[in-house]
Design a protein around this ligand. Sequence first.
Ligand SMILES: O=C(O)C(=O)C[C@]1(C(=O)O)C=C[C@@H](O)C=C1
Length: 359
Amino acid sequence: MSNAELDRLRDRLDEINAELLSLISERAEVVREIGTVKEKQGVPKFDPEREKQMLEKLVSSNKGPFTNSTIRTLFKQIFQASLDLQSAEHKKSLLVSRKTRKEDTVIELPQGVLVGGAASLMVAGPCSVESEEQTRTVAAALAKAGIKVMRGGAFKPRTSPYDFQGLGMDGLRILREAADEYGLLTISEIVDPAHIEPALDYVDVIQIGARNMQNFELLKAAGEVRKPVLLKRGLAATLEEFIHAAEYIMSRGNTEVMLIERGIRTYEKWTRNTLDISAVPILKQETHLPVLVDVTHSTGRKDILVPCAKAGLAAGADGIMVEVHPDPATALSDAAQQLNIEEFNQFYNDVKASGLFRQ
Ligand SMILES: O=C(O)C(=O)C[C@]1(C(=O)O)C=C[C@@H](O)C=C1
């Protein structure tokens, strides 16, 4: 085939493509109108019977060269795209969605501490509240380092029922007292809806842990109170599931929700979980909520905390969470991965020196 002939045929194809595009776009406009009518009538968008009729009609007038099966496949694709268009247009925007609120949500904690604003937040503290002395030692060190918010687990959902389960309400009291003594704010995980109300006296932020991300009764209870909530991503939760879990809290009226990526379960064994850095910009794009990164639980190893914290901040995270214990070797939980106080100071200095931690 001469080049001139090939060019002529391709020119013709370009014309046909343009006609097809114009026709499928025109079809899409009609589909949109049908979508609006169906929405008003409250009938389902997907209509398999109608699709079957259209396919039969098309196949019966098909003169080739495409086989009937190919025609079916091509048109099914068009129907699916049409359905997607109808669904996207009538999808109710979530309260947590950027579509609902363009501006970033900035959460104001007591003492004027802002989460999601101009400054980055460093949350640090022991995995578990183990004793008054241990908690006070950490609180003193954190206050000295300039940290404002201390974490500490009192209710510990552990893999094994034989592992330390936390000090419960007593642990919350210890955390509050140590925090008050050193002018810190508190974050602690609550696992039972019935504990939310009593915990309000002790915590400045309610944490909902990874294992409870889809504990819907707990999410609803956290949505009923007016206290900021830090929601952790579930071990195997998709971002869509994570966002919907946050929606559970918001739909009950509590607008102060922060998200925290804490690593997801993959086949990789060299880290405890896989830190999903891509979750950070996606959550920032899809929602208006502050996003933090838990470097301790995601990696489970101390030697890569600094680069992972930097990666989180570079990806747009509003804050970092890290675990600190006065004597990690004797810790009742997460012994292998908590920083001692000296290591924490080094970690915090390195993160600040990177220039990525906004102060
Ligand atoms: O005819 C309809 O009811 C439509 O919504 C349009 C349309 C189509 O693309 O033809 C789209 C989705 C339905 O499953 C069936 C058909």
